[in-house]
Design a protein. Structure first.
Length: 95
């Protein structure tokens, strides 16, 4: 199935970009993976992490919350979501 193979490649590219701290490529690849497989909790988690790297905390909160709603129970997802929520609170207090 070519679509499945393609989405896997996109997710791998996003993970590699995260490792390389390349926020733009991570976001672009993770968004494409989620677009092709919107019900995949792992891809939503990857997208949330990419958004965190890019400093897009509100988007990260949405993606990570979606990952949990889709059944992710990964500790990294839960901790990332909590940290994003704290960052958003800090930003709200600052402004």
């Amino acid at each position: 199935m070519p679509g499945f193979h393609m989405v896997g490649q996109l997710a791998a590219k996003a993970a590699e970009a995260l490792d390389d701290r390349d926020a733009d490529d991570a976001v672009r690849s993770a968004e494409a993976a989620v677009q092709l497989a919107p019900q995949n909790a792992g891809y939503r988690q990857l997208l949330g992490r990419a958004y965190v790297l890019a400093g897009r905390f509100a988007s990260a909160e949405t993606a990570l919350s979606d990952a949990l709603a889709l059944g992710s129970s990964d500790a990294r997802t839960i901790v990332s979501l909590a940290l994003v929520q704290v960052a958003l609170l800090q930003l709200a207090v600052t402004f």
